[in-house]
Design a protein around this ligand. Structure first.
Ligand SMILES: Nc1ncnc2c1ncn2[C@@H]1O[C@H](COP(=O)(O)OP(=O)(O)OP(=O)(O)O)[C@@H](O)[C@H]1O
Ligand SMILES: [Mg+2]
Length: 455
């Protein structure tokens, strides 16, 4: 028995050593191939990880692009709707402003004391109308129907002016820290719209710190966006130097859900008296139409930073000074006025005849053309509305200029996709004015158009 077990254990040992020998020889013969295979598998694994990360990044970019696209389609649709409403409202506003100004003139002659209630009430109507006019302008800017009056401006000085206005509106509990580098950098922009950006971002920052007070930071900087910058690629921006306006606050900050909707028109978290929800939609519209973009970072309880990027004009030039206000001057020339909106025609006729001009006012463009063609030399100037049934202002102007190419023409329009100042000048218009027009606008346009003819 004992012998048997000894035999077995010897056999086991032998078996083990044979297996060990086999394994060792297998390992020896396959070792380099195995090593190679392991290395290959490790490489493949690393490649796969890179591929997965790239795919995730691509998906993120695609998601971002989709969000941007949806946002811009939404903005476009709302813009078209808002633009249409603004157009009609503009006409109504023209009537309100015009009649109030005329009423003021009539009352002034019978009620010369400066504390006359009627004059003061009318002043109130005009002030409210000026606010409404501004709102319409904001809506038109947002709907990108109006590009504004662009010229090369030193961005720093416009920001400084805007900040002065802002400072007067916000309480001392808000500290303002200004750091404007590269202030003399030049952008091609409408100064009023730049002020609007400052005011809208600044007011939001103030609202976010209203309860607590805090610091409102305004910085101006310059960056170069290269061709491979993701924003340049995604938003189809022109590569080159950009001014960066940074407006930051130490206020409430925003949750992600709010952050996603802040540029939507009429989106507001404020009560009815403090916000309309148009502020950032307008800023977005302005920045986009200037070829720039806007970025936001924010964290609840840790404030927010808005960064506005605007393309710089590479050729540096000095800012144009604003034109000096010309004085209203009338004349005795014979003017042909055309507008299908009776109230506006009536107002313009009274404004101009009040300044001494002889005015023939007609509400139908066809009839105006007939009158003009009977006596082309009997008129010194034609002023027409753009959007009219049967024949629009541009067509009427073409017909009139075909009869008498030297007659000055003023095109007066509220809103039009097919017309802008450049196109208007292209068809021979001497002056182009946007509704709602005030007495001063009309008087100056007529004066300039007639002056141009004399020159
Ligand atoms: N700096 C900020 N800090 C915190 N929340 C902000 C800030 N800026 C904007 N928001 C949020 O975005 C919303 C939309 O802002 P937006 O300026 O468009 O409209 P509003 O300020 O509500 O109204 P208004 O038309 O008067 O500007 C605000 O209601 C607010 O919730
Ligand atoms: Mg706002």
């Amino acid at each position: 028995m004992k012998r048997r077990s000894e035999e077995e254990s010897v056999r086991d040992k032998l078996r083990e050593s044979i297996i060990g020998l086999g394994e060792r020889s297998i390992r020896k013969s396959y070792y380099p191939e195995l090593q190679q295979r392991i290395a290959e598998l490790e490489r493949a694994n690393a490649d796969l990880l890179v591929e997965i990360a790239e795919r995730e990044r691509a998906e993120q970019v695609r998601d971002q692009l989709e969000i941007q696209l949806r946002q811009s389609q939404k903005m476009e649709a709302i813009g078209a709707l808002a633009g249409g409403i603004a157009h009609d409202f503009n006409n109504i506003l023209s009537a309100i402003i015009g009649y109030s100004e005329l009423a003021q003139i009539s009352v002034r002659s019978s009620c010369p004391e400066s504390n006359c209630h009627v004059i003061m009430d009318l002043q109130g109507v005009l002030q409210a109308s000026a606010r409404a006019k501004n709102l319409v302008k904001q809506i038109l800017t947002f709907s990108r129907q109006q590009t504004g009056d662009r010229k090369p401006i030193e961005i720093g000085s416009v920001i400084r002016e805007g900040l002065k206005m802002l400072r007067s509106l916000i309480p001392q509990s808000i500290e303002m820290h200004e750091n404007l580098r590269f202030a003399e950098a030049v952008v091609l922009a409408d100064p009023t719209q730049m002020h609007q950006i400052i005011m809208n971002l600044g007011t939001n920052a103030y609202h976010a710190m209203r309860e607590t007070g805090g610091i409102l930071g305004v910085e101006l900087d310059q960056v170069f966006l290269s061709r491979d910058n993701p924003q340049v690629e995604n938003l189809h921006l022109a590569p080159g130097p950009y001014a960066v306006l940074r407006v930051s606050d130490s206020g409430t900050g925003m949750e992600r859900a709010v952050l996603e909707r802040i540029f939507d028109p009429y989106y507001t978290t404020k009560d009815k008296d403090s916000g309309t929800g148009m502020g950032l939609a307008v800023v977005h519209g302005i920045v986009k139409s200037h070829g720039g973009y806007i970025a936001v970072t924010s964290e609840p309880e840790h404030g927010s930073t808005f960064q506005v990027f605007l393309p710089l004009v590479v050729r540096q030039g000095s800012a144009e000074s604003d034109g000096t206000m010309e004085k209203i001057r009338g004349g005795s020339e014979h003017l042909l006025l055309v507008d299908d909106e009776k109230a506006i025609l009536d107002i313009e006729e009274r404004m101009l005849s009040g300044l001494g001009y002889r005015v023939t006012a007609v509400s139908k463009p066809q009839q105006a053309l007939e009158i003009f063609s009977h006596d082309p030399n009997g008129f010194d100037l034609v002023m027409t509305d753009m959007t009219m049934p049967a024949m629009n202002g541009a067509q009427l102007i073409q017909e009139i200029l075909a009869i008498r190419p030297d007659i000055p023409v003023i095109l007066c329009t509220g809103f039009s996709e097919v017309m802008n100042e450049e196109k208007a000048k292209g068809i021979g218009v001497s002056q182009y004015i946007m509704k709602p027009v005030s007495r001063l606008d009309v008087a100056l346009a007529v004066q300039r158009a007639l002056g141009k003819q004399a020159a």
